[in-house]
Design a protein. Sequence first.
Length: 156
Amino acid sequence: MIYKIIVNDKTYEVEIENINVRPIIAFVDGDQFEVMPEHADQAETKNESSRTKDIAEKKIFNPNPTPAAAPSPNPALNGNTLTAPLPGTVIDVFVKVGEKVEAGQVVVIIEAMKMKNSIRSVFSGIVGEVLVSTGQSVTHKQALMKFAELGEASWM
């Protein structure tokens, strides 16, 4: 099968004799290369009767596609959300909606393995939503609060 592949804005013609054999033997502009795919499920299976039709078929391959933004497992997360740095139980919440918070200010205490951990805000701004309450169990990277308005980006 013959493919047209574009790498760094340069087009190459690649011929692959049998995509099911490992390593794959590929001819790129007349030079032979042995290629080992990372994932076995990438192999195409075609019977020999379709080979003559496939030679005329051209495919464009982009080796560096723009990655799609992965959806966050926690829909509350975005650029103005403070998250839990460790799993545990919320012991105390020191802020309320509408309150002004400074970067570095302790906003929540989470107990993990019988140790109390002071969670400090990495943002300064106005609290828009408090997503946890005293006694609640939280997981790592779970959203604790969202800010309505942000000031400085970080205190660290």
